[in-house]
Design a protein. Structure first.
Length: 197
């Protein structure tokens, strides 16, 4: 049993959350600003739909606010935050499907002045997002938790309750599939070209 508080070991985010639990609203604002972009991208790439990603994303912050008085710094704040995100996704995927929401948004592009570079970058981003969506759910989740949230495999194991070696294998397969898909030539209509024999 752990007797130490993770905030005592230097987790500044845990210190901020504890300060927020004591009534410091500016501590919450700092946490929100630090984690909002990566957390939103995690949801957007998990579900591929901006409206749904925004809904799930907001649910996480509502739960963080609701849990502030019960928060205990037993793990890194980031691990705790993405555990909430994982649980929200799990709950969402367990619900019966009512309707498919149309894809309505894009990830903001950088402010490059070259129109050709913008179009090329947007095409690559769209292709990358499509490839991520084709990954099996378990592989996609571990890949995004690692790449978007910057979590270690050990932290992902704590979040998901999965075995470390299983997660390592899922990540390896996900990265392999994405690399293979990026290396395959594409036709203009998005269909893969047959390989020359």
């Amino acid at each position: 049993m752990q007797l130490f508080n993770i905030a005592d070991r230097g987790d500044s985010d845990a210190k901020l959350m504890l300060a927020y639990a004591r009534g410091d609203a500016s501590a919450f604002e700092k946490l929100y600003l630090k984690h909002k972009d990566a957390l939103f991208r995690f949801f957007l790439r998990q579900c591929g739909n901006q409206a749904l990603a925004e809904e799930l994303y907001q649910d996480v912050w509502v739960r963080v606010i609701d849990a502030r008085s019960r928060y205990e710094a037993k793990a890194r704040f980031t691990t705790w935050l993405y555990r909430i995100a994982h649980n929200i996704l799990t709950d969402y995927y367990r619900k019966p499907v009512e309707e498919d929401l149309p894809e309505t948004g894009t990830v903001p592009s950088s402010s490059i002045d070259n129109p050709e570079a913008i179009v090329s970058g947007q095409e690559k981003l769209a292709r990358y997002r499509t490839m991520i969506q084709t990954l099996p759910d378990e592989q996609r989740e571990v890949f995004l938790l690692k790449e978007e949230a910057g979590l270690s495999l050990q932290e992902i194991a704590e979040i998901t309750g999965e075995n470390f070696e299983t997660l390592k294998s899922r990540l390896r397969y996900a990265v392999g599939k994405l690399k293979q898909a990026l290396e395959e030539p594409e036709q203009h209509d998005g269909q893969r070209q047959p390989q020359a024999v």
